[in-house]
Design a binder for this molecule. Structure first.
Ligand code: GYE
Length: 310
């Protein structure tokens, strides 16, 4: 009952905002851990300007407590809608309840939370499990169903780290000769991807490894550097597949150092503000607004590179 009342109040407030043409959005961004994230931030900021929406932007430097603080301050400032890219999946209930009680709708952007669905309006982002599956499908084909894999996971507890692992393993279950022998978090950053790979190459059993799966391009690019510094030929004696599709990944593919990237589109600004405006004019929005993406490997990298926007 309480929720129904809150929903009504919210629609009225938002409808007034739409009439007056004044919409204020608070966006709780994770940080700038990857090229992907930077591209998303630019897309959000550019689109806010284009749409004449006032944007209060917060960079949490990858800390959940900073994101929670930002959301509380957005609520206190009376923003119309909150955008949240949640660094990890759990621990959001109290602050999401506060937002609901204040009648401030929350749109999740590019990562999910494990809170009850009633605590947010919509998830805008990709089918992350499918990205993991696509990475594994590509690798299975390339390796003829036989591979000794090391996996660089994203941020511990982050939805795309959990789901990219799950999706990849879903497909691996169909290939008994493909197995992951080492798996560790590189926190979605180039520096940590490099650091983890530097440790791995030192272990005596690394000689059997013939494939790397990285949950994002930045970690793959860091790993490539570490492999090169240790005398390996990444992309040749070790096949590398990652996720995102950032420009540097395409460059690495044209240089023969990366073999495949599964696209994850960060240019979510237009879709995000379209959802905001639809909410503001009292329209209902879908629970999941899916972003669309493809898979690109080294055979098409040179041709596709000039068209990449991030
Ligand atoms: O793949 C990674 C970023 O949440 C889908 O976060 C996003 C991921 C993206 O840091 O590069």
């Amino acid at each position: 009952m309480k929720r129904m009342v809150a929903a009504v109040v919210l629609t009225v407030v938002l409808a007034q905002a739409a009439v007056a043409g004044e919409i204020t959005v608070g966006f709780a961004q994770i940080g700038a851990e990857s090229a992907w994230r930077t591209a998303e931030t630019i897309s959000i900021k550019d689109e806010a300007e284009k749409q004449g929406v006032t944007l209060i932007f917060s960079d949490a430097q990858q800390k959940q407590e900073n994101q929670i603080r930002a959301i509380r301050s957005f609520i206190a400032q009376g923003v119309d809608v909150i955008g949240l890219a949640p660094v990890v999946e759990s621990g959001w209930d109290p602050v999401l309840v506060e937002a609901r009680e204040a009648g401030t709708p929350v749109i999740l952007v590019d990562r999910k939370v494990n809170s009850d669905e009633s605590l947010y309006e919509c998830y805008l982002g990709p089918n992350v499990i499918e990205e993991g599956r696509n990475a594994a499908r590509w690798l299975a084909k390339r390796m003829n169903g036989k591979a000794t894999i090391v996996e660089l996971q994203g941020t511990v507890g982050a939805a795309p780290a959990i789901e990219r692992k799950q999706g990849f393993e879903d497909i691996l279950a169909e290939y008994p000769d493909m197995r992951i022998v080492k798996s560790q978090s590189g926190d979605f950053t180039r520096a940590k991807g490099k650091e983890v790979m530097e440790q791995w190459v030192k272990s005596p059993d690394f000689s059997s490894v013939d494939a790397v799966y990285a949950h994002n391009d930045d970690m793959a690019l860091g790993a490539i550097q570490a492999l090169e510094e240790s005398g390996f030929k990444p992309g040749k004696d070790i096949v590398i597949v990652s996720i995102d599709g950032v420009r540097d990944a395409f460059v690495a593919m044209t240089e023969g150092k990366l073999n495949c990237t599964v696209e994850c589109n960060p240019l979510l600004g237009p879709q995000f503000f379209s959802l905001v405006k639809r909410l503001a004019s009292g329209e209902s929005i879908p629970r999941w607004e899916e972003s669309h993406e493809g898979v690109f490997d080294e055979t098409v990298a040179a041709e596709v590179l000039p068209t990449r926007l991030y």
